[in-house]
Ligand binder design. Structure first.
Ligand code: NAD
Length: 480
């Protein structure tokens, strides 16, 4: 298909955006509505030529944007927020279709777009000045150039914006590659951005994993901002080494929640359940292991079970549903593997059934709690990325902290306790990038987000996160 110019937005046609042109492709793929199993609209698979053209256009767009005053860049981003606000309903419907999220949660993700951008426009790029008798040293930061953003399928829109906004704010150009499972909202927001930003500054190349891999070796791309699985993150880092790209890796986790004995059981148990099952467990920082003090284990688990039984699972448009389906068939099969393993090993299902009956075409799974499986079980040791979570009792604080930290991952964690000071002390000892006290995991634009250990390298979002899109540029001025 020949390139065409951006005009009005059609929410049923999807293109790659290269140098402000909408491009089709002779190679097409499509997403699947996970609530119905139906194929969604065609999506063009970007070619190597599309990527090369996008990099060329980004390199051309970069210098003028780098030299645009910071304040003006902020104003341009805010202007985009106004434009986006005119389309929130269409984006919400699109997100429901591609992800299966209940409409109210899809609306929260859509609302987060403007919230995220607006907060970032309140930030300043840090700078330092050191002076002694001999010299003045200015520590400043300059943009990297052309950045690539590679996106997973669980929060396709907010995770795209979480890369685009800081990259543009700090003066870079950026090319986004959405997940092949959820390409629609990412491609559409980049298309919409063409009405505000100069050609080549923000572009999208959709397609399969290969186009992501091509980005990681492309000599014209200075940085890869990657969010996805640990296994792919390692490949991204390895491939990026060939051109010494900067990389930020936001990867998977196996978050522990520690429940101290002095919690208000009725209040906290449903919250802990929400931490585990939010977005059907398809959250990098979902609670994936729950450690409950032995003195309250039975009662706390009973409250968790009671609340879990009230959770409705179903299609996005049914307003009462708290959870939607698993986003794709591959992940559905993976999560079913945790059920099969738990059943085969004879673990106790406190709530939920070992057999997942396919009662319609969607990828639905009832939220499930496994009561006290052993430490070396799959459900404790691995990230299911679905609505199944284990609980275990603990009696010794030192021991449970060690158990929580006994993992190669370190993305998030939670501590729940009546004595906030004591809970916060425990939080400081957990080896994770973001630890939440008396809340389930709620990453926020106000703070850098990143993982320890194999959960990632570096981090983005918030003031410190801006530096991930910049080079330190230190000017040493010696006195005459
Ligand atoms: P994934 O690693 O399979 O895919 C992520 C993206 O990488 C997709 O766009 C994919 O097409 C692309 N890709 C695949 N192979 C590539 C390669 N060789 N080179 C470059 N790009 C390649 O992950 P997923 O299944 O989409 O997402 C789920 C995972 O993401 C979970 O492990 C979850 O914990 C993690 N995640 C982490 C965060 C975070 O911020 N830390 C946020 C959301 C999800």
């Amino acid at each position: 298909m020949s390139p065409s110019k951006v005009s009005t937005l059609d929410f049923e046609k999807f293109y790659n955006t290269v140098n402000a042109q909408l491009r089709g492709s002779k190679n097409i793929h499509h997403g699947v509505n996970p609530a119905t199993g139906q194929e969604l609209w065609d999506v063009p698979i970007a070619s190597d030529q599309d990527l090369n053209d996008a990099v060329d256009a980004a390199q051309k767009a970069f210098p003028a944007w780098r030299d645009t005053p910071f304040q003006k860049r902020k104003e341009t981003l805010l202007k985009f927020c106004d434009l986006f606000n005119e389309h929130t309903e269409e984006f919400t419907t699109l997100l429901c279709k591609e992800s299966g999220k209940p409409r109210k949660f899809a609306a929260t993700e859509i609302g987060g777009v403007v919230g995220f951008i607006q907060y970032h426009t309140t930030l300043e790029i840090p700078e330092e000045k050191f002076e002694d008798d001999e010299k003045t040293v200015y520590t400043e930061y300059t943009p990297l150039g052309v950045c690539g953003g590679i996106i997973p399928w669980n929060f396709p829109l907010i995770l795209s914006v979480g890369k685009i906004a800081p990259a543009l704010l700090t003066g870079n150009a950026i090319i986004i590659k959405p997940s092949p499972f959820t390409p629609y909202t990412g491609l559409k927001i980049v298309e919409l951005m063409q009405q505000i930003f100069p050609p080549g500054l923000v572009q999208a190349v959709g397609g399969n994993n290969e186009i992501g891999a091509a980005m990681t070796t492309h000599p014209g791309i200075a940085k890869i901002s990657f969010t996805g699985s640990i296994a792919t993150g390692k490949k991204v880092m390895e491939a990026s080494a060939s051109t010494l790209k900067r990389v930020t890796l936001e990867l998977g986790g196996n978050d522990a929640s520690i429940i101290l004995p002095d919690v208000d059981i009725k209040k906290v148990a449903p919250e802990v359940v929400m931490g585990a099952f939010q977005n059907s467990g398809q959250v990098c920082v979902a609670t994936k292991r729950i450690y409950i003090h032995e003195s309250i284990y039975k009662d706390f688990l009973a409250e968790m079970v009671n609340f879990t039984k009230t959770i409705k699972v179903g299609s996005p448009e049914d307003g009462d549903n708290l959870l939607g389906p698993i986003q794709n068939s591959m992940q559905y099969e993976k999560v079913k593997g945790f059920f099969a393993d738990s059943k085969a090993k004879g673990y106790k299902f406190a709530v939920g059934e070992p057999e997942i009956s396919a009662n319609n075409k969607g990828f639905f799974i009832q939220p499930t709690i496994i009561d006290n499986p052993p430490n070396d079980s799959r459900i404790i040791a691995e990230e299911p990325f679905g609505p199944i979570v284990p609980t275990q009792p603990w009696s010794d604080l030192e021991e449970v902290i060690a158990r929580a930290n006994d993992t190669l991952t370190g993305l998030g964690a939670c501590v729940w306790g009546g004595d906030v000071e004591k809970a916060t002390k425990v939080a400081r000892r957990l080896e994770a990038g973001s630890v939440f006290v008396n809340s389930w995991e709620k990453p926020t634009p106000q703070a850098i987000f990143g993982g320890h250990k194999e959960s990632g390298i570096g981090g983005e979002w918030g003031k410190t996160g801006l530096l991930a899109f910049m080079n330190a540029h230190v000017i040493h001025v010696y006195k005459n």
